[in-house]
Design a protein around this ligand. Sequence first.
Ligand SMILES: [Zn+2]
Length: 127
Amino acid sequence: MYCVIVHLEREARIRVGGLGLLAFAPGVYVYTGRAARGLWARLARHLRRRKPKRWHVDYLLACRWARPIGVIVIPGDAARECLVNQCVMAVADGDVPAFGASDCRSACRSHLAYFAPGGLTRDFTAQ
Ligand SMILES: [Zn+2]
């Protein structure tokens, strides 16, 4: 399983598949996903800007103001995805409801955590 960390430079309205048009505040987003097989191919795909949109995170990453700034890979049982997601959520400033959680087995409210500017983002945006 993995986390993709995305910096969103500006507020953006993004149409996210079945979730419709959502307003994303600027800040850092952490998407936690599971790839039971093909983990590296999945990550390479996430980091490619141009691709057909399949997962919710594809829509976020396609936004011109969004930039992937990091990836965390946790090898082993992909079932840890929700446990890690819930740990990230516990320290996050918020989440995007239902985002990435449509195939969640642990009834997570969301698999996209939000961190407001001024916290984690300060170091990234100072460049
Ligand atoms: Zn979950």
